[in-house]
Ligand binder design. Structure first.
Ligand SMILES: N[C@@H](CCC(=O)N[C@@H](CS)C(=O)NCC(=O)O)C(=O)O
Length: 281
């Protein structure tokens, strides 16, 4: 594989496929970025569909690639995994003043910031919805068949981008931040990135987007009942209510006793990948 825009940082064989980390200059984010890709064995001789995975607060691309155990099933199903970072990075990129985990580096919230000093770099919505698909499809053996999934802040990102863009044939999420306009994480992030005019926040709230939609792609959401963030931050009942208002097409499941960790993701990622494989065009 020879790519021009991507610099390979590392590569390992996994389940007969290749786990690769790339570095590139992002025009949208105005900084250097790294992301990971899993190419299944099938990609050695044909283009394959891709599942995009958006991670949560504090994560880089490496949390999912090293902890979720997704590669075995991706290899079986012939799915590529595209695993971006969670924010713009680098010394030039402004961060939370106090280094808090829920804002700034590692916490881009998949929005296009409009406020200073954030707007120059924090354009994660466009990075995921526009720049990254264009880049990986030009450089890697991928079809234009895509699905999107994610965890927590990344579950929010997957639902919002999947509902707003027609790029993805199915959407799934683990423990998503379902109603960020009404929770502390969302208030902090949206207040800073988007400003105090709350009407601009609505375009990034999965519960508000879902209840406005007549027709949505297939959606699967898993939520652990022992998740510490469920009551205050994730607000899953708001997504359930929106789902009822929009016709009840989304499957929202509670998994008894599971928490917010990657052990939960590892337990159900196989079901999510099989769900996406069934729904890919
Ligand atoms: N208690 C955590 C909150 C952040 C957190 O739970 N992050 C989740 C996503 S919201 C995660 O995936 N963490 C990384 C990991 O478990 O590998 C912290 O302060 O670091």
């Amino acid at each position: 594989m020879t790519t021009t825009a991507l610099e390979k940082v590392s590569e390992q064989i996994a389940f007969g496929g290749r786990q690769i980390r790339f570095k590139h200059r992002s025009a949208v984010l105005n900084c250097d970025m790294q992301f990971s890709v899993y190419l299944p064995p099938q990609a050695e001789h044909e283009a394959v569909p891709a599942v995009y995975w958006l991670s949560g607060l504090t994560c880089t691309d490496e949390n999912f690639s090293s902890k979720a155990g997704a590669q075995r099933v991706a290899a079986e199903l012939g799915l590529a995994l595209i695993i971006p970072d969670t924010s713009p990075r680098g010394d030039d990129v402004p961060d939370d003043d106090e280094g808090a985990y829920d804002f700034g580096h590692g916490a881009g919230f998949y929005v296009n910031a409009t406020q200073q000093p954030w707007a120059k770099h924090y354009q994660m919505y466009d990075y995921i919805a526009k720049e990254l698909p264009g880049l990986v499809e030009a450089e890697l053996p991928l079809t234009q068949d895509r699905a999107i999934s994610g965890h927590s802040m990344g579950g929010h990102g997957a639902l919002v981008i999947g509902l707003r863009e027609s790029l993805f044939s199915s959407i799934s999420a683990f423990s998503p931040i379902c109603h960020p306009t009404e929770c502390p994480w969302g208030h902090k992030a949206f207040g800073n990135y988007l400003g105090e005019d709350k009407s601009t926040w609505r375009a990034y709230d999965a519960s508000l987007l879902l209840q406005e939609r007549d027709s949505v792609p297939p959606i699967l959401v898993d939520q652990g009942t022992a998740d510490n963030f469920l009551a205050e931050q994730l607000l899953t009942p708001a997504l359930e209510k929106a789902n009822q208002l929009s016709g009840g097409g989304a499957q929202i499941r509670y998994q008894q006793g599971y928490d917010h960790s990657y052990y939960f993701i590892a337990s159900f990622i196989e079901e999510h990948l099989r769900f996406h494989a069934r729904n890919l065009r």
